[in-house]
Design a protein. Structure first.
Length: 347
């Protein structure tokens, strides 16, 4: 299932990557054109003329969640694979993504989204943020099955109440609802989807504001799960971690940095320097471990240092903006990012 809005630059490449899969079973690809104003529909129709496994549904612009709702209603199969319009699957990704469903206790599978357009510093920084799911699958406490690359049983989605329109992070919302329905969720790091990350500060800020706002909505909606023994590691580890590391820590870190800089003229440098070195060293060590676990080049771990000084203050701005919008109760749109079609074909 693919929700598409103004995706003419990338949609054909995404469809071709799905056709190149090693999966030999029955396959149906549903693309919902959510009121695109470019040639997205024409691109999809051109592919559908060659391969009838592609179905194009068109509607007025109503947002990604409603587009996916329509695709779900039209789906004829028991396992739904979610793909973003800019994401390229490798040849073995689809079989690997579907393999865990041989276990009837598994309701959803998260694939491994990797940044494919590593041509800018901003995109390279984001590549480090995608390395965090391996530990969560062991304790069944994955907080988000990403819309870019995931597979979920249709019956599990129905039992969880379907895709909600109440938040901007419909994938996180659905994942937490699956946990409430006692569905087991696993992560398959070998099932790789190459996705396009924002390449400028402006587009990244737009994306991260939406993510931050959607995450706040989900955390508030599902606040009854936090520190709830019924949800074990999810309630006592991963959800509190989201609150602390993705919201609170990101929000206050630049403030602490400013106070640190302000204290230097008063001779506090010698007392502060050991703490600065310790915290930066821990950042590098954790980034290195993440790269080792995900079999990424260890040399990429150094990016955590400029991220700490340049990238994270921008994320803090997005968090504070989302918090103030939430307090005001202001309406926030889904926000479409312009595609650059800069992800090389890796299938």
């Amino acid at each position: 299932m693919i929700a598409a809005y103004n995706e003419e630059k990338v949609i054909a490449g995404t469809l071709r990557s799905l056709f190149s899969t090693d999966y030999s079973g029955e396959l149906e690809i549903i693309v919902v054109d959510d009121g695109s104003r470019d040639q997205t529909a024409a691109e999809v129709e051109g592919v559908a003329d060659v391969d009838p496994r592609v179905r194009l549904l068109r509607q007025e612009n109503r947002g990604k969640a409603r587009a996916l709702q329509r695709a779900l209603a039209a789906a004829r199969h028991g396992i739904i694979v979610f793909v973003d319009a800019d994401t390229h699957f490798q040849r073995d990704t689809l079989p690997l993504l579907l393999e865990p469903f041989g276990d009837e206790t598994i309701g959803a599978v998260s694939g491994h989204a990797k940044v494919g357009n590593l041509r800018t510093f901003i995109a390279r920084c984001q590549s480090l943020e995608y390395l965090d799911r391996r530990a969560y699958t062991r304790w069944n406490c994955i907080t988000v099955v990403p819309g870019a690359i995931s597979a979920i049983r249709k019956a599990a989605i129905d039992r969880a109440g379907g895709l909600s329109l109440q938040t901007l992070a419909e994938d996180t919302d659905l994942t937490l609802s699956l946990h409430k329905d006692r569905q087991r969720i696993v992560y398959v790091p070998q099932a790789i989807g190459w996705t396009e990350a924002p390449e400028s500060v402006r587009t990244l800020a737009r994306q991260r504001f939406r993510w931050a706002y959607g995450t706040l909505q989900c955390l508030w909606k599902h606040r009854d799960m936090i520190f709830n023994w019924n949800y074990r590691a999810l309630g006592w580890f991963s959800l509190p971690s989201v609150w602390f590391f993705q919201i609170i820590l990101v929000a206050v870190t630049p403030v602490v940095d400013l106070l640190l800089l302000a204290s230097l003229p008063f001779g506090a440098w010698s007392a502060v320097l050991p703490f600065v070195i310790t915290f930066l060293s821990m950042d590098v060590i954790l980034a290195t471990l993440a790269c080792i676990l995900e079999r990424e080049p260890i040399t990429r771990a150094w990016r955590i240092l400029p991220m700490r000084l340049i990238y994270r203050p921008m994320l803090s701005y997005c968090i504070w903006k989302a918090i103030f919008r939430a307090i005001k109760g202001a309406w926030v749109s889904w926000g479409k990012l312009e595609r650059t079609a800069s992800v090389p074909v890796r299938a």
